[in-house]
Design a protein around this ligand. Structure first.
Ligand SMILES: Cc1cc2nc3c(=O)[nH]c(=O)nc-3n(C[C@H](O)[C@H](O)[C@H](O)COP(=O)(O)O)c2cc1C
Length: 195
């Protein structure tokens, strides 16, 4: 599969079958992630791969947090559904930034540096997703883990900033493409011959 096909065939998958994912496929995804560009080649990413009980422990943490937020009358968005997806998928890859935490900016430059890091990590995640698509795997990029970011942070005890999780498995659904704005709608093109 070439890169254009992978880009157009990738979907967010929320249903997975029971087949285990071969370790070599996860390794390929992680390798693809580490080939992403990053600001100053800082490679501000760390990955924690969780399977079986180790994955379920973190899903339990997310679910407990969603329950207490609900009990306190606070919003929980789609976190309950995302936790369910994570439970169904055989693998979860947690993505962390080891370089800084958004809570402790020293100054504006530090804050901008955090934005640079976040873009770099986003590129790494997208590489992982595209590699998974090319391998016939389904993925879901999950930021609802933020509903339990301190609890999950304590659980991993790395001191790194939680960025996202990616659920991985063999897809048990084939969703149609989700709607997109056309590139023309979202682009201003100045100075060229068509301008
Ligand atoms: C940064 C980011 C965070 C996301 N977080 C979640 C999430 O927590 N739960 C979820 O179900 N989907 C999540 N998604 C998936 C989006 O809902 C999905 O990409 C979007 O609806 C478009 O669908 P598609 O990926 O199939 O094209 C996330 C996607 C991105 C890029």
């Amino acid at each position: 599969m070439d890169v254009s096909e992978a880009i157009s065939q990738r979907r967010s998958i929320r249903k997975f079958d029971d087949r285990p994912v071969p370790r070599e496929m996860i390794e390929k995804m992680l390798h693809a992630a580490t080939l992403a560009p990053s600001g100053k080649n800082a490679q501000p990413w760390r990955f924690i791969v969780l399977e079986g009980e180790k994955k379920d422990e973190v899903v339990d943490i997310l679910e407990r947090s969603v329950t207490s937020l609900k009990e306190a009358g606070l919003p929980t968005g789609s976190a309950e559904y995302s936790a369910r997806t994570m439970r169904r998928a055989p693998v979860a890859i947690f993505v962390l930034n080891p370089r800084r935490t958004a809570q402790e900016f020293k100054d504006r430059w530090d804050q901008l540096g955090c934005l640079v890091d976040t873009q770099s990590v986003g590129a790494a995640i997208q590489n992982m997703l595209l590699q998974a698509t090319a391998l016939g795997l389904g993925t879901l990029w999950i930021c609802d883990v933020f509903f339990a970011d301190s609890e999950i942070g304590r659980h991993f005890d790395t001191g790194h900033e939680l960025i996202a999780a990616v659920s991985v498995g063999y897809p048990a659904e084939t969703p149609p493409p989700r709607p997109r704005k056309s590139w023309q709608e979202v682009t201003t093109w100045l100075g060229g011959p068509a301008d």
